[in-house]
Design a protein around this ligand. Structure first.
Ligand code: SF4
Length: 271
């Protein structure tokens, strides 16, 4: 078991990694001493090995993806799905990408099929995978508080889903092939629900749907557009659990959303 000092250190490292991940990094630069390098050569003079290209780097290069504008081109027949229920049937026990190997449940999405407001996150975590419902762990409870105590809505009045429907192993970021395989389902969900506003939760989900590498700290607070619908990016609730000081920024983003939806703001904001 870790000593109190080591636990403190581990918590600090975890917080730091959480912070830079939210900023869009999913790896740290590495330097590696080549095998044939003399032992007395300082490590800093060795050529740096560039880190593995991130999912967002790769997705940014494939824009504009035909799948972004036409779900039909990727999965023939998907355009004939009439509602969310038939879309879920179309997905079936999906094996279209490697994420199917580790999942317990496909986490399709929940909420009002005619909602004015849609929340999009990155992908299911352990709690979501076990239950088959998005945002049900501690971060999910915070999202529910934002919706219910902050916005004055019921969770059942909005629609909540993710970019990928199956849990990535070890909670890693989804890889480009996994995003490209699963996003036609997200796009079809957006077409069917036709929300007035989308809230993008966290760097990965926002950068995926926008095909941008811009850090979430610069994207949040400004309106963007996804498939013709206004999208407000903001921080992921899991990030807020570790960085509660940034709740005020999320509240400011949510207020913009409430103004656009014509929801009353006075007396709210205690999520
Ligand atoms: S993540 Fe999406 S595409 Fe991949 S197996 Fe799950 S439902 Fe299918």
């Amino acid at each position: 078991m870790a000593s109190p000092e080591n636990k403190l250190l581990l918590d600090s490292v975890r917080d730091y990694l959480d912070q830079i991940r939210e900023e869009g990094m999913d790896g740290l630069p590495m330097t590696e001493r080549p095998q044939n390098l003399a032992k007395d050569v300082p490590i800093n003079s060795a050529p740096a090995r560039t880190r593995k290209e991130s999912t967002i780097d790769m997705l940014a290069r494939v824009k504009p993806s035909p799948e972004m504008n036409s779900t039909a081109s990727k999965y023939p027949g998907i355009e004939n799905t009439a509602d969310l229920g038939s879309l879920r049937e179309f997905i079936g026990e999906c094996t279209r990408c490697k994420l199917h190997r580790g999942r317990t449940n496909i986490v399709f999405g929940v909420g009002d099929p005619n909602a004015d407001l849609m929340f999009i996150g990155e992908g299911p975590g352990a709690d979501e995978d076990a239950k088959g419902e998005p945002f049900v762990g501690r971060a999910g409870q915070l999202l529910t508080d934002i919706i219910e105590r902050g916005m004055g809505l019921k969770r059942s009045q909005v629609y909540i889903c993710n970019v990928v429907k199956c849990r990535p192993p070890e909670n890693r970021n989804p890889e480009p092939d996994e995003v490209l395989a699963c996003e036609p389902f997200l796009f079809r969900q957006i077409e069917m629900v036709k929300p007035r506003v989308i809230v993008g939760l966290g760097a990965f989900a926002v950068q995926c749907v926008l095909r941008l590498k811009t850090p979430i700290s610069k994207l949040r607070g400004n309106w963007h557009e996804v498939r013709g619908i206004k999208m407000m990016p903001t921080f992921h609730p899991a990030y807020l659990l570790r960085n509660p000081g940034d709740k005020r920024l999320v509240w400011s983003d949510i207020q913009e959303v409430m103004k656009t939806l014509g929801l009353p703001i006075a007396g709210r904001g205690n999520a």
